[in-house]
Design a protein around this ligand. Structure first.
Ligand SMILES: Nc1ncnc2c1ncn2[C@@H]1O[C@H](COP(=O)(O)OP(=O)(O)OP(=O)(O)O)[C@@H](O)[C@H]1O
Length: 252
């Protein structure tokens, strides 16, 4: 297996609060690596550090063998890290389709440089075709012309996923993708994420609280507790780990 990401000895504090303490973390190509842990364990912070949204205080992060520790989030996106769009990043007044067009054009600008943004007024046919394909694959047909801000929670999540895929990432990071969903929407989300992972040959990194989602998707499971990793490995082995059951899984 090829190691895509290798983070070593990461420390992260917010003021006096130590959130990550000596965390080392690997991501292998093709795996679906799920990070779980109690509320406040540091999962979102770990995500933000790996994606470059926030800087670690010490440690190193390598991506495909290159040191990206000092690089900003957008520079890591250019190197293949796709972080699911936060709901706030969707342009609420624009339609789902227009949001997708923007995401695809953003990728093209990243690929070709700033000059790609000049020279066309209407979206080109290829961009429209790609947006239509994503709409179809993600089941967004019924929502196309509605302002994104008026979409249901489940459809917003689908749109976020479509916008993340538009960036053609090698690694897709999803922070609690099923948060706030009904049980049936959850099962649908698991099916969709598995489907997208297989179709795009993606490496997945996600956090999740729902155990059906966790065990439905994970090929590797890592458990964070008070900002430290207490177990990592095959899901069924981690599930049986006494310490993990004590601090987290025993309550589920
Ligand atoms: N920007 C910030 N400034 C100050 N403290 C923060 C900040 N972000 C997170 N924290 C603190 O860091 C700790 C870990 O938070 P984090 O959101 O990473 O945990 P989590 O495991 O994702 O939790 P949850 O499961 O509830 O989402 C918490 O104590 C939180 O209050």
């Amino acid at each position: 297996m090829t190691r895509i990401m290798e983070a070593r000895a990461m420390h992260k504090s917010y003021g006096q609060v130590k959130v990550l303490e000596d965390v080392s973390f690997d991501l292998e190509e093709g795996e679906a690596h799920v990070v779980i842990g109690p509320n406040g364990a540091g999962k979102t912070t770990l995500f933000r550090c790996l994606s470059g949204e926030t800087r670690i205080n010490s440690g190193t992060i390598m991506l495909n063998g290159q040191d990206v520790t000092g690089l900003a989030g957008w520079q890591r996106v250019q190197r293949g890290i796709g972080r699911s769009f936060q709901v706030a990043r969707i342009f609420q007044d624009m339609s789902a389709f227009e949001n997708l067009i923007v995401a695809i054009e953003t990728r093209e600008r990243n690929e070709k440089g700033i000059w790609a943004s000049f020279g066309h007024i209407a979206p080109r046919r290829a961009v429209m075709d790609e947006a239509e394909r994503l709409v179809h694959e993600l089941g967004l047909e019924g929502t196309l012309d509605d302002p994104a801000g008026t979409l249901s929670h489940g459809d917003k999540k689908r749109l976020e996923l479509a916008m993340s895929l538009a960036l053609r990432p090698k690694v897709l990071m999803l922070d609690e993708p099923t948060a706030g969903m009904s049980p049936s929407d959850r099962s649908e989300a698991v099916r969709l994420i598995s489907d997208v992972r297989a179709r795009y040959g993606l490496t997945l990194l996600l956090t999740e609280h729902d155990m059906e989602v966790v065990f439905g998707l994970a090929t590797r499971l890592t458990v964070l507790h008070h900002g430290a990793i207490i177990a990592s490995g095959e899901p069924h082995k981690v599930r049986a780990d006494a310490r993990v059951r004590e601090v987290y899984l025993g309550q589920h």
